[in-house]
Design a protein around this ligand. Sequence first.
Ligand code: SAH
Length: 275
Amino acid sequence: MDAPAIFTEADFYQQNFDPQAYLKEYYSMSDSREGANVFLTQNLKSLHKMFSLDELRGGTLIDVGCGPTIYQLLSACERFQEIIALDYTDQNRRELERWLRNEAGAFDWVPVVKYVCELEGDREKWAEKQEKVRKKVKQVLKCDVTRANPTGAVSLPPADCIVSTLCLEGACKDLPTFHSALRNIGTLVKPGGHLVLVTVLGETYYAFNKQVFSCLRLEKHEVEAAVEAAGFEVTFSEAQPYTVSEECMDCQGMLGLVARRRPSVECEGTGGEQP
Ligand code: SAH
């Protein structure tokens, strides 16, 4: 399989992304799908580790490019009071809302929730955690990370933290676009607030349901440099190799990264209050 000839951007997602097929392919946690399980459990462990860091707590968390998934909120929900989820694609926001409302036919996240509870030390807390996520997600809104103002006419109060998993590398056709997307989403977080990023490394495509999606091929140092250039200080960055070989993607590794947004220039050097 090869990467698409033309990079598949947001409108391609709107036209072609099937949330149920995506969930089934990558988030089913069935015994027969070794690769998908390794991919998912590596990401869950990385998120668990990052959202255990002392500084990652606060009032509001914004999830950028949430897709139809909630796994990225399972550790995070223990640390933040309110969550706002953003994504470009209508059907992905709808699929997420279906689960939030506990509607019939919504995806079954229970095995994944149980796995994260086990990482946190008590598998039996799964129902409680599931409720916590459902209660804490207050809004699900449209966004476009390639826009200077990602939420358009809706203006959100800057959050204590933003999390983004597997979105920017699919949304950005080249490195300059990736840089500007990080600047754009950086405006959603307070100065001094945090960014938690999970990206795949070395991937050029991923596929499911006979649809192939482009991925910006990234290396660890490129992600770190882009995060720094967007006004953040990287405080944690850990890459893991991904060694399972699969038809459905050419991922080489994944990166979990935490960064702190620098105080804005206007606040710096105004009166000697800084050490
Ligand atoms: N965060 C989820 C979904 C990743 S799939 C996960 O970890 O599995 C990539 C997501 O990026 C899709 O939901 C797609 O709708 C979204 N996306 C693509 N281009 C975007 C853009 N320009 N702005 C915001 N979201 C975008």
